[in-house]
Ligand binder design. Structure first.
Ligand SMILES: [Fe+2]
Length: 303
């Protein structure tokens, strides 16, 4: 009886089933849109709050034995973040128990400048490990007075600032050359640094804000009889928007679909590690691209 009623109902009103179909299709579309919105919004919050840690073992037979298993935490593009975020960031850095902290530029932000936040962060990380720093484009765009305040803070808390110069890291009588530049090899004070680079060093690490200068640093240092074994950079902010299966969308200095945004890159025997940064510049935000601490452990390959 019920079957007959249903059959009659369908035959008498064929549009009734079509209406149900339309309703169901609309419901499915709304569910899909809802799920997509939830994914997009949660990924937005994850990218702008979560700090991911990338552990990288870097093996090179030229690393002196005394530096075997030495751990370096790289911090880049902090952009005077501040607030309770700093506690989480510093806790993550402390958990790694680094031997050295390398800071590769943009500690301060030149759009939403807050030197007190930048200096407070510098003071706090200086207590965690020996720190070495180069400036980024945002730091250089600050008023001279503000940049000098950060220089003074670094001096006060024992952070070594490398302004187109080099220093030596020493452990148990063995040493590594550490170069720090804020100018490309062919601009500003870059050529002067290249001229003064010592040649014949066994192992050379380098701090530089701009990853797009990788090729130039490799070729120009080779011309001077020097080299770069391990280069640390930032600046690209991971390409801001992560494009699935492609990488970052845009980076200053590299344009659309940038080549160097995150992790490890090689040219011949030179390696570059790029941090996606631990802050955002100005009002910019990121998506599918979380904050990024690079933790590099040196492996000398010698027993
Ligand atoms: Fe930056």
């Amino acid at each position: 009886m019920n079957t007959e009623e249903k059959t009659w109902g369908t035959e008498l009103n064929p549009g009734g089933l079509s209406h149900d179909k339309k309703h169901n299709r609309r419901r499915r579309i709304l569910i899909i849109i809802g799920v997509l919105l939830i994914v997009i919004i949660s990924e937005f919050f994850r990218s702008n709050l979560y700090i991911s840690v990338e552990e990288i073992d870097y093996l090179n037979k030229d690393i002196p034995k005394a530096f075997n298993n030495v751990k370096i935490v790289q911090i880049s593009d902090y952009h005077n973040h501040g607030g309770s975020y700093d506690d989480r960031l510093i806790d993550k850095i402390k958990q790694e128990s680094p031997d050295y902290i390398f800071i590769t530029g943009d500690i301060a932000d030149s759009i939403k400048t807050d030197i007190d936040k930048a200096n407070s962060f510098l003071q706090r990380i200086s207590a965690v490990a020996e720190c070495y720093l180069v400036w980024g484009n945002h730091d250089h765009r600050l008023a001279a007075e503000d940049l000098n305040k950060m220089r003074s803070c670094c001096k006060k808390y024992g952070i070594t600032v490398l302004e187109n110069e080099f220093t030596t890291l020493t452990r148990e009588g063995q040493s590594i050359l550490l170069v720090g530049s804020d100018a490309a090899p062919d601009t500003g004070k870059g050529p002067e640094l290249m001229r003064t680079l010592p040649s014949g060093e066994k192992f050379v690490m380098w701090l530089h804000h701009f990853p797009e200068d990788f090729e130039k640093i490799v070729t120009e240092s080779e011309k001077r009889g020097s080299k770069v074994d391990l280069l640390f950079c930032g600046h690209a902010h991971g390409g801001l928007i992560g494009v699935p299966f492609v990488g970052g969308l845009y980076a200053p200095g590299q344009g659309m679909f940038p080549k160097y945004t995150s992790g490890r890159y090689n040219i011949d025997d030179s390696t570059m590690l790029v941090s996606r940064g631990v802050g955002n510049s100005g009002w910019s935000l990121r998506w599918a691209n979380s904050f990024h601490l690079v933790v590099c452990t040196l492996k000398s390959g010698q027993t």
